[in-house]
Design a protein around this ligand. Sequence first.
Ligand code: TYD
Length: 227
Amino acid sequence: MSTAPGFFVSFEGGDGAGKTTQARLLADWLGAVTGREVVVTREPGGTDLGREIRRLVLHGDHVAPRAEALLYAADRAHHVATLVRPALERGAVVVTDRYLDSSVAYQAGGRELAEDDVERLSRWGTDGLLPDVTVLLDLPPDVAASRRGGEPDRLERAGDDFHRRVRDAFLRRAAADPGRWLVVDGSGDVDDVQAQIRVDLASRLDLTPVVSEAVRTAGDAPRRESR
Ligand code: TYD
């Protein structure tokens, strides 16, 4: 867990689970209820260097599994050092669309590298920074696939078994650390899923007392986009 004055929320889940939409809606709400600066970001690609890595890892040719793990870890190391930690130290709320658990789910679960190795790599890269709360948007891979539009990227083309292993890995990690994870069924409509996330998060972060105050100030909070 982060010891900085801000707080750190990550969204995780399979491709097409709706993380990006839900992360943005949650960020707006957290800005309103806390009155803090909110930074919305993502992995891979939350920084200039990360955008280069994102292009290589998602839109390039074949990448060997260990190289893939190192590229995601490099993106994360730079992201944390230059964007996430400074924001947390300013007292901001940081909401990231994917973080370290994606590496464990995709590169260990999906690519079948050793889970300990993949986790250790990211923990080293980030100097041990973990989210205060991780929201898993859970959805069966076939439903998630049917929601995706456009040309599939390299990871989206990895096949049904790969995506089943990714989902199982996320669910196993969530079950092993219920203090950090909130598992939310991603199959409902956008507003229902968001409402569920807010209720769960408010009680987890002890925000309930400030929610009524926030009704007055909703929409006033500053927001900074990093992408
Ligand atoms: P993302 O931009 O979240 O794609 P989508 O919006 O389609 O979910 O993530 C890009 C892809 O990178 C996604 O397929 C998951 C994969 N990924 C990893 O394999 N390992 C990682 O550590 C991260 C952060 C992402």
